[in-house]
Design a protein around this ligand. Sequence first.
Ligand SMILES: [Zn+2]
Ligand SMILES: [Zn+2]
Length: 236
Amino acid sequence: MEDEDADVGGVVTESAINARLPFATHAEAYAALEQIGYEAPHVAPEFSPSELVAATQPLLKAHGSTLLDMTSTVPVSADAIFQALTIIGLNAEAHSRRDRDVAVLIQRTAANTPSFLFGTHWGMVQVVGPEEASKQISANATPAILCFHRGRQIELPSSVCHGNAALASKWLTDEITGSNLFSCALCNTPFVKKTKEQGIIIGRVAVTECGCMIRPECAYDCIERTGSHACPVCHA
Ligand SMILES: [Zn+2]
Ligand SMILES: [Zn+2]
């Protein structure tokens, strides 16, 4: 998605732009998504986009940035317009280039998954062809969050679905700003590892009652050393 005019002009015809996904229900769409290689397409983040925005906003504020949520523009029906996500993505990308302090959020939800994932697939097919697109989709985790910042596309994989908005907000802020918030509060080891072989791996996170995030091994170490069960970070 570098040059929106050239991209759209090259691939969009009038009939294609009105084409709809051929599904009556979300279950049908999920089954077809699994066939093109998406793993567990029915698993979406348990937090809402507005919960993610509320958690991320204070973190981004420290960098002079804000998060603009465009999730509600993604269609939620199983027979959504095929190219909706592509058009929304191009808009989001263009906006993020114009306003350099705004990051634009598009979150996958259970309802918008057909539009979100078929849209992602369609966009890949335009660039690399159907075979390579399926190969890449099978090799990588299903995307859960798209974000555009200064023209750059950021994608968080479905492992973010298993955490809450507080965890996701730190991960997203790190991707946007290059900070290291989503890391152990004791030793600063990042929870996200990017590997060549397995893609993005998320390490185990122990969240204390006070909301501090540490690696389980650091927590055990601390309890052993101090004999105290108080939070080793904030001492609550
Ligand atoms: Zn640690
Ligand atoms: Zn604490």
